[in-house]
Design a protein around this ligand. Structure first.
Ligand SMILES: N[C@@H](CCC[C@H](N)C(=O)O)C(=O)O
Length: 287
């Protein structure tokens, strides 16, 4: 069985090891996420896996890489946990590779979820960004002959925020791959083009590490809002506008970033034997 959801057009497949036996190596992930040869998604959420007494998950990008954190992925997986009867509480902890988060379910069917995503760091050694140890705030980055002012941070996974006066999908498509794979970022990076609308509203276009252009991203919303706040461009309550919809961010005095957004069910299904055969055929080869 698989369960598919989207969060503002950022879609994920949930695979629950208690319900589906499949060896998720790189090729299996790439095939399942493929929009023509597979089920199609911006990633796979694998779990629940129990660590430290809490439910947890593994987050995979469609290129087969593992991400430390995903804001939309966390909300989607939380809705699955409620739906499948794994949790009954309105508030619970969830373990990710990028740290523990506190989830709050705001309605009965878990269609609206708030998450304490933790705190951000701008420390180059932690994001990571190469070069002398420093906070990467408003510094120059050369990309394909052009120079941008960038702010880099980690909220468990790495982000590079680029404020611009105008942003577009085409700009994200043009610069995203270059930023993601820039030599300064040893673990690659997620990119957000940021336009400040006013002190409580920002607009972003996103290029995700390992996934490419996406219509929305929860951790990108946290990252862009945090960077804009750090740069003094916005207050602490920020609505993030993306092509797929809006996410609400609140940054507390202690630096915790709260993200609130929706989750929508798409499908429940069974991975066909033909797809499983393809997965087996390609096992061990990089497709
Ligand atoms: N869509 C996600 C981010 C998924 C992980 C990202 N591609 C990475 O590699 O860090 C979100 O909503 O945060």
């Amino acid at each position: 069985m698989f369960f598919k959801y989207h969060a503002l057009g950022n879609d994920y497949i949930v695979i629950d090891p208690a319900k589906t036996s499949i060896n998720l190596d790189k090729n299996a992930i790439r095939l399942i996420c493929h929009r023509n040869f597979g089920v199609g998604s911006d990633g796979i959420l694998y779990g629940p896996l129990y660590t430290k007494g809490n439910p947890g998950l593994k987050i995979f990008n469609p290129d087969g890489s593992e991400a430390e954190k995903s804001g939309n992925g966390i909300r989607i997986f939380s809705r699955y946990l409620v739906y499948a009867g794994y949790v009954y509480e309105k508030k619970f902890f969830l373990e990710t590779l990028g740290g523990r988060v506190l989830v709050e379910v705001l309605d009965d069917s878990a269609k609206l979820i708030k998450v304490d995503m933790g705190t951000v760091t701008y420390e180059s050694t932690l994001v990571p960004v190469k070069g002398r140890p420093r906070e990467v705030i408003n510094e120059d980055l050369s990309i394909g002959g052009e120079t941008f002012r960038v702010t880099c941070l980690s909220i468990g996974n790495p982000h590079c925020v680029i404020p611009l006066s105008e942003i577009s999908r085409n700009l994200a498509l043009k610069f995203g791959p270059k930023v993601e794979n820039h030599e300064l970022f040893p673990n690659r990076i997620n990119m957000q083009l940021l336009k400040v609308i006013d002190r409580n509203n920002i607009q972003i276009e996103i290029w995700e590490r390992g996934a490419g252009y996406t219509m929305a991203s929860g951790s990108s919303s946290c990252a862009a809002a945090s960077a804009a706040h750090k740069l003094g461009l916005v207050d602490n309550v920020i609505k993030v506008h993306m092509p797929g919809g809006q996410i609400d961010i609140e940054i507390t005095e202690s630096g915790h970033v709260y993200m609130t957004g929706p989750v929508t069910g798409v499908a429940e299904g069974k991975i066909a034997q033909d797809l499983r055969d393809q997965v087996e055929k390609h096992r061990g080869k990089y497709v």
